[in-house]
Write a protein that binds this ligand. Structure first.
Ligand code: NAP
Length: 245
Protein backbone atom coordinates (compact mmCIF):
# COMPACT_ATOMS: atom_id res chain seq x y z
CA UNK A 1 0.00 0.00 0.00
CA UNK A 2 1.24 3.48 -0.90
CA UNK A 3 2.43 5.63 2.04
CA UNK A 4 1.34 8.77 0.22
CA UNK A 5 -2.30 9.67 -0.22
CA UNK A 6 -3.95 8.91 -3.56
CA UNK A 7 -6.39 11.08 -5.50
CA UNK A 8 -8.45 10.54 -8.64
CA UNK A 9 -9.16 13.65 -10.72
CA UNK A 10 -11.51 13.25 -13.67
CA UNK A 11 -11.08 15.52 -16.70
CA UNK A 12 -7.54 16.46 -15.71
CA UNK A 13 -5.99 16.80 -19.16
CA UNK A 14 -6.47 20.60 -19.08
CA UNK A 15 -8.28 23.50 -17.43
CA UNK A 16 -9.46 23.29 -13.83
CA UNK A 17 -8.88 19.53 -13.61
CA UNK A 18 -5.22 19.88 -14.55
CA UNK A 19 -4.65 22.65 -11.98
CA UNK A 20 -6.38 20.57 -9.31
CA UNK A 21 -4.16 17.59 -10.14
CA UNK A 22 -1.09 19.83 -10.09
CA UNK A 23 -1.96 21.26 -6.65
CA UNK A 24 -2.48 17.74 -5.28
CA UNK A 25 0.78 16.54 -6.87
CA UNK A 26 2.68 19.45 -5.28
CA UNK A 27 1.16 18.41 -1.93
CA UNK A 28 2.53 14.87 -2.47
CA UNK A 29 -0.58 12.97 -3.58
CA UNK A 30 -0.17 10.14 -6.08
CA UNK A 31 -2.69 10.59 -8.85
CA UNK A 32 -4.95 8.81 -11.28
CA UNK A 33 -6.27 11.12 -13.98
CA UNK A 34 -8.57 10.65 -16.93
CA UNK A 35 -9.75 12.43 -20.04
CA UNK A 36 -11.17 11.44 -23.40
CA UNK A 37 -7.97 11.66 -25.48
CA UNK A 38 -4.85 9.56 -24.96
CA UNK A 39 -2.44 12.19 -26.23
CA UNK A 40 -3.59 15.01 -23.93
CA UNK A 41 -4.09 12.85 -20.86
CA UNK A 42 -0.60 11.33 -21.27
CA UNK A 43 0.92 14.79 -21.79
CA UNK A 44 -0.77 16.02 -18.60
CA UNK A 45 0.56 13.01 -16.67
CA UNK A 46 4.07 13.72 -17.89
CA UNK A 47 3.87 17.33 -16.68
CA UNK A 48 2.49 16.22 -13.30
CA UNK A 49 5.24 13.63 -12.82
CA UNK A 50 7.75 16.48 -12.44
CA UNK A 51 6.48 16.73 -8.87
CA UNK A 52 7.94 13.28 -8.03
CA UNK A 53 4.62 11.54 -7.57
CA UNK A 54 3.22 8.57 -9.47
CA UNK A 55 0.57 9.48 -12.03
CA UNK A 56 -1.69 6.90 -13.69
CA UNK A 57 -3.20 8.39 -16.88
CA UNK A 58 -6.20 6.67 -18.45
CA UNK A 59 -8.66 7.35 -21.26
CA UNK A 60 -12.07 7.02 -19.62
CA UNK A 61 -15.41 8.39 -20.76
CA UNK A 62 -16.96 9.36 -17.43
CA UNK A 63 -20.44 9.01 -18.92
CA UNK A 64 -19.82 5.27 -19.21
CA UNK A 65 -20.63 3.75 -15.81
CA UNK A 66 -18.84 0.44 -16.43
CA UNK A 67 -15.68 2.18 -17.65
CA UNK A 68 -15.67 4.44 -14.59
CA UNK A 69 -16.07 1.47 -12.26
CA UNK A 70 -13.21 -0.41 -13.96
CA UNK A 71 -11.00 2.71 -13.69
CA UNK A 72 -11.67 3.17 -9.98
CA UNK A 73 -11.07 -0.54 -9.30
CA UNK A 74 -7.78 -0.42 -11.18
CA UNK A 75 -6.64 2.64 -9.21
CA UNK A 76 -7.58 1.14 -5.83
CA UNK A 77 -5.75 -2.10 -6.71
CA UNK A 78 -2.69 -0.35 -8.12
CA UNK A 79 -2.09 2.00 -5.19
CA UNK A 80 -3.77 -0.05 -2.44
CA UNK A 81 -5.65 3.01 -1.17
CA UNK A 82 -7.91 5.79 -2.39
CA UNK A 83 -8.19 9.00 -0.36
CA UNK A 84 -9.72 11.66 -2.59
CA UNK A 85 -12.06 11.70 -5.59
CA UNK A 86 -12.46 14.95 -7.52
CA UNK A 87 -15.37 14.77 -9.94
CA UNK A 88 -14.33 17.52 -12.34
CA UNK A 89 -14.98 16.35 -15.92
CA UNK A 90 -17.71 18.38 -17.57
CA UNK A 91 -18.99 19.72 -20.87
CA UNK A 92 -21.38 22.34 -22.19
CA UNK A 93 -23.84 21.99 -25.11
CA UNK A 94 -25.56 25.35 -24.92
CA UNK A 95 -28.80 26.36 -26.62
CA UNK A 96 -32.11 27.97 -25.81
CA UNK A 97 -34.61 25.51 -24.31
CA UNK A 98 -37.13 25.77 -27.17
CA UNK A 99 -34.54 24.60 -29.66
CA UNK A 100 -32.35 22.31 -27.56
CA UNK A 101 -31.87 18.90 -29.12
CA UNK A 102 -32.52 15.82 -26.99
CA UNK A 103 -28.98 14.60 -27.63
CA UNK A 104 -27.51 17.85 -26.23
CA UNK A 105 -29.66 17.54 -23.12
CA UNK A 106 -28.65 13.91 -22.64
CA UNK A 107 -24.92 14.36 -23.32
CA UNK A 108 -24.62 17.03 -20.63
CA UNK A 109 -26.65 15.08 -18.07
CA UNK A 110 -24.66 11.89 -18.75
CA UNK A 111 -21.23 13.55 -18.71
CA UNK A 112 -21.72 16.06 -15.88
CA UNK A 113 -24.23 14.40 -13.56
CA UNK A 114 -24.47 10.62 -14.03
CA UNK A 115 -20.66 10.48 -14.04
CA UNK A 116 -20.57 11.87 -10.51
CA UNK A 117 -22.90 9.11 -9.32
CA UNK A 118 -20.86 6.40 -11.09
CA UNK A 119 -17.50 7.53 -9.72
CA UNK A 120 -18.80 8.27 -6.21
CA UNK A 121 -20.50 4.88 -5.99
CA UNK A 122 -17.31 3.17 -7.15
CA UNK A 123 -15.04 4.84 -4.54
CA UNK A 124 -17.36 4.14 -1.60
CA UNK A 125 -16.17 0.55 -1.13
CA UNK A 126 -12.46 1.36 -0.63
CA UNK A 127 -13.25 4.55 1.32
CA UNK A 128 -15.71 2.79 3.64
CA UNK A 129 -13.17 0.05 4.26
CA UNK A 130 -10.58 2.71 5.17
CA UNK A 131 -13.15 4.66 7.22
CA UNK A 132 -11.87 7.82 5.53
CA UNK A 133 -12.34 9.66 2.27
CA UNK A 134 -13.04 12.93 0.54
CA UNK A 135 -15.37 13.34 -2.44
CA UNK A 136 -15.25 16.77 -4.08
CA UNK A 137 -17.63 17.59 -6.91
CA UNK A 138 -17.08 20.52 -9.27
CA UNK A 139 -20.45 22.21 -9.66
CA UNK A 140 -21.05 25.76 -10.96
CA UNK A 141 -22.43 29.09 -9.80
CA UNK A 142 -25.14 28.76 -12.47
CA UNK A 143 -26.73 25.92 -10.50
CA UNK A 144 -27.78 28.61 -8.01
CA UNK A 145 -28.29 31.54 -10.40
CA UNK A 146 -29.62 29.92 -13.57
CA UNK A 147 -28.29 30.92 -16.98
CA UNK A 148 -30.25 31.42 -20.21
CA UNK A 149 -29.11 28.95 -22.87
CA UNK A 150 -27.78 26.45 -20.34
CA UNK A 151 -30.84 24.56 -19.10
CA UNK A 152 -29.02 21.23 -19.49
CA UNK A 153 -25.82 22.44 -17.81
CA UNK A 154 -27.66 24.18 -14.94
CA UNK A 155 -29.78 21.08 -14.34
CA UNK A 156 -26.68 18.88 -14.26
CA UNK A 157 -24.92 21.14 -11.75
CA UNK A 158 -28.03 21.58 -9.59
CA UNK A 159 -28.25 17.78 -9.54
CA UNK A 160 -24.65 17.62 -8.35
CA UNK A 161 -25.42 19.99 -5.45
CA UNK A 162 -28.40 17.86 -4.38
CA UNK A 163 -26.44 14.63 -4.77
CA UNK A 164 -23.63 16.11 -2.65
CA UNK A 165 -25.97 16.76 0.29
CA UNK A 166 -27.66 13.39 0.01
CA UNK A 167 -24.44 11.35 -0.18
CA UNK A 168 -22.88 13.43 2.62
CA UNK A 169 -25.72 12.31 4.90
CA UNK A 170 -25.30 8.66 3.84
CA UNK A 171 -21.57 8.34 4.46
CA UNK A 172 -20.73 10.87 7.19
CA UNK A 173 -20.73 8.15 9.85
CA UNK A 174 -17.86 6.46 7.94
CA UNK A 175 -15.71 9.60 8.11
CA UNK A 176 -16.20 10.33 4.41
CA UNK A 177 -16.92 13.94 3.51
CA UNK A 178 -18.76 14.97 0.36
CA UNK A 179 -18.68 18.57 -0.81
CA UNK A 180 -19.14 20.58 -3.98
CA UNK A 181 -17.24 23.61 -5.22
CA UNK A 182 -19.22 26.05 -7.35
CA UNK A 183 -16.82 28.09 -9.47
CA UNK A 184 -17.92 31.36 -11.02
CA UNK A 185 -16.41 32.21 -14.39
CA UNK A 186 -12.93 30.73 -14.64
CA UNK A 187 -10.48 31.31 -17.49
CA UNK A 188 -10.26 27.94 -19.33
CA UNK A 189 -11.03 26.49 -22.78
CA UNK A 190 -14.69 26.35 -21.67
CA UNK A 191 -14.90 30.14 -21.21
CA UNK A 192 -12.53 30.83 -24.16
CA UNK A 193 -15.41 29.72 -26.39
CA UNK A 194 -17.12 33.02 -25.44
CA UNK A 195 -16.27 36.13 -27.45
CA UNK A 196 -14.45 39.12 -25.91
CA UNK A 197 -17.69 41.13 -25.54
CA UNK A 198 -19.39 38.29 -23.68
CA UNK A 199 -16.32 37.92 -21.44
CA UNK A 200 -16.30 41.66 -20.63
CA UNK A 201 -20.00 41.45 -19.76
CA UNK A 202 -19.27 38.58 -17.40
CA UNK A 203 -16.38 40.37 -15.71
CA UNK A 204 -18.65 43.38 -15.17
CA UNK A 205 -20.77 41.15 -12.87
CA UNK A 206 -17.78 40.19 -10.69
CA UNK A 207 -17.02 42.50 -7.73
CA UNK A 208 -13.38 41.35 -7.72
CA UNK A 209 -13.20 42.50 -11.35
CA UNK A 210 -11.59 39.50 -13.01
CA UNK A 211 -12.26 35.96 -14.17
CA UNK A 212 -11.18 33.33 -11.67
CA UNK A 213 -8.15 31.17 -12.41
CA UNK A 214 -8.03 27.37 -12.34
CA UNK A 215 -5.59 27.78 -9.43
CA UNK A 216 -8.32 29.55 -7.41
CA UNK A 217 -10.39 26.36 -7.65
CA UNK A 218 -7.41 24.07 -7.09
CA UNK A 219 -6.61 25.84 -3.81
CA UNK A 220 -10.16 25.18 -2.59
CA UNK A 221 -9.92 21.50 -3.54
CA UNK A 222 -6.65 21.23 -1.63
CA UNK A 223 -8.25 22.84 1.44
CA UNK A 224 -11.18 20.39 1.38
CA UNK A 225 -8.90 17.38 0.72
CA UNK A 226 -6.75 17.75 3.80
CA UNK A 227 -7.18 17.93 7.56
CA UNK A 228 -8.34 21.55 7.20
CA UNK A 229 -11.56 20.36 5.56
CA UNK A 230 -12.25 17.58 8.04
CA UNK A 231 -15.42 19.03 9.62
CA UNK A 232 -16.99 20.29 6.41
CA UNK A 233 -19.50 18.06 4.62
CA UNK A 234 -22.61 18.43 2.48
CA UNK A 235 -21.64 21.98 1.50
CA UNK A 236 -21.47 23.86 -1.76
CA UNK A 237 -18.51 26.27 -1.54
CA UNK A 238 -18.88 29.24 -3.89
CA UNK A 239 -15.63 30.49 -5.41
CA UNK A 240 -16.75 33.25 -7.74
CA UNK A 241 -15.15 36.62 -6.97
CA UNK A 242 -18.43 37.73 -5.42
CA UNK A 243 -20.60 37.47 -8.54
CA UNK A 244 -23.14 35.49 -6.51
CA UNK A 245 -23.53 36.08 -2.79
P1 NAP B 1 -12.38 22.30 -19.93
O1 NAP B 1 -11.20 23.22 -19.99
O2 NAP B 1 -13.31 22.21 -21.09
O3 NAP B 1 -11.83 20.82 -19.57
C1 NAP B 1 -12.75 19.77 -19.40
C2 NAP B 1 -12.02 18.52 -18.98
O4 NAP B 1 -12.99 17.47 -18.84
C3 NAP B 1 -11.01 18.05 -20.01
O5 NAP B 1 -9.91 17.45 -19.35
C4 NAP B 1 -11.80 17.00 -20.78
O6 NAP B 1 -10.98 16.01 -21.37
C5 NAP B 1 -12.62 16.37 -19.68
N1 NAP B 1 -13.79 15.68 -20.18
C6 NAP B 1 -14.82 16.18 -20.91
N2 NAP B 1 -15.71 15.22 -21.19
C7 NAP B 1 -15.23 14.07 -20.63
C8 NAP B 1 -15.68 12.74 -20.58
N3 NAP B 1 -16.82 12.35 -21.17
N4 NAP B 1 -14.92 11.83 -19.92
C9 NAP B 1 -13.76 12.17 -19.33
N5 NAP B 1 -13.28 13.43 -19.34
C10 NAP B 1 -14.01 14.36 -19.98
O7 NAP B 1 -13.31 22.62 -18.68
P2 NAP B 1 -13.03 23.49 -17.34
O8 NAP B 1 -13.42 24.87 -17.61
O9 NAP B 1 -11.68 23.16 -16.83
O10 NAP B 1 -14.15 22.86 -16.40
C11 NAP B 1 -13.89 21.82 -15.46
C12 NAP B 1 -15.11 21.66 -14.58
O11 NAP B 1 -15.42 22.90 -13.95
C13 NAP B 1 -16.37 21.26 -15.35
O12 NAP B 1 -17.15 20.38 -14.58
C14 NAP B 1 -17.09 22.59 -15.52
O13 NAP B 1 -18.48 22.41 -15.68
C15 NAP B 1 -16.76 23.26 -14.21
N6 NAP B 1 -16.88 24.71 -14.24
C16 NAP B 1 -16.12 25.48 -15.08
C17 NAP B 1 -16.29 26.87 -15.08
C18 NAP B 1 -15.50 27.77 -15.98
O14 NAP B 1 -15.80 28.98 -16.00
N7 NAP B 1 -14.51 27.30 -16.72
C19 NAP B 1 -17.22 27.45 -14.23
C20 NAP B 1 -17.97 26.65 -13.38
C21 NAP B 1 -17.78 25.29 -13.39
P3 NAP B 1 -10.52 16.08 -22.93
O15 NAP B 1 -9.37 17.03 -22.95
O16 NAP B 1 -10.16 14.71 -23.25
O17 NAP B 1 -11.71 16.60 -23.70
Amino acid sequence: MSDSKVAIVTGASRGIGFSVAEALAKAGYHLAICGTREETVNAAAEKLSIHKVEVLPRVVNVADGEAVQAFVQEVAKHFGRLDVLVNNAGITRDGLSMRMKGEDWQAVIDTNLSSVFYASQAVLKPMMRAKAGRIINISSVVASMGNPGQINYCASKGGIDAMTRSLAREVGSRNITVNAIAPGFIGTDMTDELGDDAKDALIAQVPLGRLGSPEDIAATVLFLSGESGGYITGQVLHVNGGMYM
